[in-house]
Write a protein that binds this ligand. Structure first.
Ligand SMILES: Cc1cc2nc3c(=O)[nH]c(=O)nc-3n(C[C@H](O)[C@H](O)[C@H](O)COP(=O)(O)OP(=O)(O)OC[C@H]3O[C@@H](n4cnc5c(N)ncnc54)[C@H](O)[C@@H]3O)c2cc1C
Length: 538
């Protein structure tokens, strides 16, 4: 417990980047602990909170999250300043104009933030501002994980589990801030004129981003902000509780619900509206409550450990999201096929399940993990043999939960470029049979691919097999109203398997340093596919 120390009496500032919440916020507690005057800021610097590449839905989520923080601070008598500019220039000015003495922020551990944070840390050292970085975006401090593993990141998930077991359980959330007596500073006009970007939280349209998908009908609305994330957490815990009572865990993955009410917390975790430690401990405490004291283990929050693993793997690797310069990624001679890439992006591949998922992504910014796997397989080693880097760029723009290291890590895994067994095609899925398992009644396809809404279920996943008469009676001619398949999956997947075998042979002479799963079971658990889903290619 950090108690307020009135003797220190400093002008302090909390710099929000991710970590857009007031609960479990050690940086906030540190900023308030010794504050005689307190400022809270978010800086639109063109990169913080993943704003370098951002689509309408995610920007909306971010702005709602900022609005929520602002409302909460207003209820305590303060505000969130929304500034514009380079962080180190703003802080330098604040030192001169308001006597800023201490800056606190949550650690952004990915290497893409290093330059920004180093410039602020250097400035602080140069002009005598105290700078405090607190770890709370991840369960463990990735640097401590690396150190514990002998200075390198654990190369497999199992090694990662062993390493964190040696460190011990992640810290529990810190207590809420005590706002009594907090003196909120008011920025002088000179600073406001120079740096204040907005006096109230803007809309995505003010950044020139419009929602082009409104005409496509009603869509799931993901609402950003801590208040909503905490409400969703209660709902999510009910889902977890029911699952535990029925003897299952990881309910969102085990029973994929592609269009049900949103129980995913990934966007809230990604922006830090929900503390990952709060989520983790809420699930473990619930499990122990249902089954008795201390019976829980890491499996019940296995997905959070994957998140952790990908963050840790990226920390010292600035090229983690690329193929060529990335030491853990295989250099695969993917095809450049602009036409097929465009069809994939637009949800016009002719495979209804793939197209439904791609259209859901563009319209709503969220797609279930199982469907993400399907479209990622399809783009890369499953069908089109196009580089995962194109998929990553598209996902980072459209996903509301886009997370640089998590997204790139998943793309590398699915495309067999890293983490997965060396170029293994045996775990690919067919866009038809996998789609059938996940969407047996075709509700998902009919929602996002309305052209096919009158097709009977027997043909919905393979509409090209319907006779012309049937197509006419359903009001949708394949090749005119809905595209022909851009590839024949059976032919393409056989060809890709051959490519992989050839590359594997050539790599055998000097196998590259490559991350891989511990065993086949781990691969299946990660991909959330069953033995029946596996595409048996001969
Ligand atoms: C190609 C591809 C790209 C992806 N890109 C992202 C991304 O940018 N951001 C992101 O948060 N997730 C990403 N995922 C992982 C996963 O699909 C989402 O986290 C998941 O769909 C969120 O749903 P949920 O909250 O119901 O998951 P739950 O099962 O409830 O999991 C809880 C949390 O664990 C984390 N998590 C779950 N699965 C994974 C995973 N495979 N890897 C890492 N963390 C995971 C998420 O924070 C998630 O909210 C990607 C998956 C694929 C296949």
């Amino acid at each position: 417990m950090r108690s307020r120390n009135p003797n220190e009496n400093k002008v302090t500032l909390l710099w929000f980047r991710h970590g857009l919440r007031l609960h479990d916020n050690p940086a906030l507690l540190e900023a308030l602990r010794c504050s005689k005057e307190f400022y809270a800021v978010f800086i639109f610097d063109g990169e913080s909170a993943g704003t370098r590449v951002i689509g309408h839905n995610r920007l909306k989520f971010l702005l709602e999250s900022l609005s929520d923080i602002n409302s909460q601070l207003q209820s305590h008598g303060g505000k969130l300043y929304l500034l514009n500019g380079k962080p180190f220039e703003i802080f330098k000015t604040l030192k001169e104009e308001v006597g800023l003495q201490k800056i606190c922020f949550e650690q952004d551990c990915e290497p893409i933030w290093k330059e920004r944070d180093d410039s602020v840390k250097d400035l602080c050292q140069e002009i005598g501002i105290e700078c405090v970085e607190e770890v709370s975006h991840t369960l463990w401090d990735p640097r401590v994980v690396i150190e514990t593993n002998g200075g390198i990141p654990p190369l497999t998930y199992q090694m990662f589990l062993h390493t964190v077991a040696a460190i011990g359980p992640p810290p529990r959330p810190v207590q809420d801030a005590d706002w009594t007596g907090v003196n909120f500073g008011i920025l002088p006009k000179k600073v406001v004129d120079k740096f204040e970007a907005f006096t109230s939280v803007p809309s995505p349209e003010e950044f020139g981003l419009v929602d082009n998908t409104k005409s496509k009908g009603p869509k799931v609305r993901w609402i950003g902000g801590e208040s909503n994330a905490l409400k969703n957490l209660s709902f999510r815990l009910e889902v977890e509780n029911n699952a535990f009572c029925n003897g299952i865990y990881l309910p969102n993955q085990v029973n994929p619900d592609l269009i049900g009410p949103p129980t995913s917390q990934s966007a809230a975790l990604s922006f830090g509206c929900l503390s990952v430690r709060k989520f983790y401990w809420a699930i473990h405490d619930l499990f122990n409550q249902v089954y008795g004291e201390n019976l829980s283990n890491e499996s019940i929050t296995g997905q959070l450990i994957w998140r952790e693993y990908f963050y840790t793997m990226s920390v010292d690797n600035p090229f983690y999201a690329e193929m060529k310069r990335n030491p853990i990624c295989l250099d695969i001679p993917w095809h450049e096929d602009q036409e097929n890439l465009e069809s994939w992006k637009q949800g016009k591949t002719g495979y209804p399940f793939i197209d439904a998922a791609m259209r859901q992504l563009v319209q709503e910014g969220w797609v279930h993990h199982a469907a993400r796997n399907a479209v990622a397989f399809f783009l890369t080693r499953g069908d089109l043999w196009i580089s995962w880097e194109h998929g990553l760029a598209f996902f980072l723009y459209y996903l509301i939960d886009a997370d640089w290291s998590v997204c790139a890590g998943n793309w590398m895994w699915v495309s067999s470029s890293a983490f997965e067994k060396l170029l293994d095609c045996s775990q690919c899925v067919s866009p038809v049979s996998y789609g059938r398992r996940l969407d047996p009644c075709g509700i998902y396809i009919k929602k996002y691919v309305p052209e096919l809404s009158r097709f009977p279920i027997e043909y919905l996943h393979e509409p090209w097999k319907a006779s012309l008469e049937l197509q006419q009676s359903c009001g949708c001619i394949i090749g005119r109203d809905y595209p022909e398949r851009i590839v024949d999956h059976n032919v393409a997947s056989l060809r890709n398997r051959k490519y992989m075998e050839d590359i594997c042979l050539s790599l055998m002479i000097s196998p590259p340093k490559h991350c891989c799963p511990s065993d086949e079971e781990e691969t299946r658990r990660f991909l959330m596919i069953t033995q029946e889903d596996v595409d048996h290619i001969h």
